[in-house]
Design a binder for this molecule. Structure first.
Ligand SMILES: *Cc1c(COP(=O)(O)O)cnc(C)c1O
Length: 385
């Protein structure tokens, strides 16, 4: 085993178990569904690739190490990871989600789990009194994102975990926007971490994947059982792509954040920009809490233009930044939450959550920041004509 103390080194060396056959420096892609057994009932380490695959196992060990957990689980998408975690609960249970969660998280609860009797409640988790008020005997867990999608609202994760623990509830944190390089919620008291690894962990917009991490042994056993029983596992090639992406997470995130800070400051000072939502700006409502629990404000920015601007014309005028769903890739992506990522939330509810029809969400990529600002500048100018 390699010896190191810092996460930058763990990103590169973690989870590699050593290929005994060839001693390859990288984890091989074990593209196999099954494994030969030499005697009956011997309980072999590898028996079938839904249950376990060495490439996936290396990724699962890596994410567990990075998040400070004891067990990691890799799934075919972030939604598959979230679905597996929600499968820990039963009919009659209720889960609290923060307003502003990922649209798909809301949708799977509202359209799938509700049918099986698992209830949910939407709470402004930035307000501890609102969480306390939502607690009831049937509430078994609280699922939060911080910063939350798409208004970048910051929830005090330590405080939420304390409240949850005091009431025997589990704290689940979707850490997609921050990654373990910027924020480690298990260390703040959370019980379960979920990721859409499609985003920063993969980092190149070329793989759809999900991860979950837990610390507690009994919880690990239950989630491992669900992963194998329901079967939404990640394939070996995609596991390899994620391991490869994670190696450069630290250098990518540093540049993503550097660009985001510059862009958010530039937007904030722009006469035609109405509001900027970015917890890395000292004037942002979530700045102080985020500072306490994360390395920095990340690289996701939302903003609105002044009413004199036509936001549709703004989107149409961009020449470098790509209009697309998703985030966290090396290329800058821009999104219109009302019609794209958050379209699955009914409009009335969306407006109540503060997601206006004109909100724009930017995933700052790692291009040169001058090119990104120049593109935003000309598109804002074009939106006023
Ligand atoms: C994208 C995303 C998801 C869903 O992940 P998929 O990989 O698309 O299934 C969940 N949570 C957050 C915060 C996301 O951004």
């Amino acid at each position: 085993m390699a010896e190191y103390k810092k996460i930058e080194s763990a990103l590169i060396h973690g989870g590699i178990f050593g290929d005994e056959l060839t001693h390859s420096v990288n984890v091989p892609i074990y593209q196999t569904s099954t494994y030969q057994q030499f005697e009956l009932g011997a309980g072999p380490r590898w028996e079938y690739s839904r249950t376990g695959n060495p490439t996936r196992a290396a990724l699962e060990a890596l994410i567990a190490e990075l998040e400070g957990g004891t067990a990691g689980f890799a799934f075919g998408s972030g939604m598959a990871a979230i679905t597996a975690v929600l499968s820990l609960f039963t009919s009659g249970d209720r889960v609290i989600i923060s307003s502003n969660v990922y649209g798909g998280t809301y949708r799977v609860l509202d359209k799938v789990f509700k049918q099986f009797g698992l209830g949910y409640g939407i709470v402004d988790t930035t307000d501890p009194a609102a969480i306390e008020a939502a607690i009831a005997p049937e509430v078994v867990a609280i699922l939060v994102e911080s910063p939350a999608n798409p208004l970048m609202t910051v929830t005090d994760l330590k405080l939420v975990a304390q409240i949850a623990r005091a009431h025997g509830m589990l704290t689940i944190v979707d850490n997609t926007f921050m990654t373990p390089y910027l924020q480690r919620p298990l260390e703040l008291g959370a019980d379960i971490i979920v990721h859409s690894a499609t985003k920063y962990l993969g980092g190149h917009s070329d793989v759809v994947a999900g991860l979950a991490v837990v610390k507690d042994g009994a919880l690990a056993e239950r989630l491992g059982f669900i992963q194998n029983a329901t079967g939404g596992v990640l394939g070996p090639f995609d596991a390899f792509l994620l391991i490869r992406g994670i190696k450069t997470l630290a250098v990518r995130m540093d540049r993503h954040v550097e660009n985001a800070v510059a862009i958010a400051g530039w937007l904030d000072a722009h006469a035609l920009v109405d509001k900027v939502y970015y917890p890395g700006l000292p004037g942002d409502a979530g700045y102080a809490v985020n500072r306490r629990q994360a390395k920095n404000g990340g690289a996701m920015i939302s903003f609105t233009l002044k009413e004199s601007c036509d936001f549709r014309a703004f989107f149409k005028s961009l020449r470098l930044i790509t209009l697309a769903e998703s985030l966290g890739g090396v290329e800058s992506l821009i999104d219109h939450p009302a019609t794209m990522t958050h379209a699955s939330i009914p409009r009335e509810l969306r407006l109540r959550m503060g997601i206006s029809d004109s909100l724009i969400r930017l995933s700052a990529g790692i291009e040169h920041v001058d090119d990104l600002i120049a593109d935003l500048d000309q598109a804002i100018a074009a939106s006023t004509r």
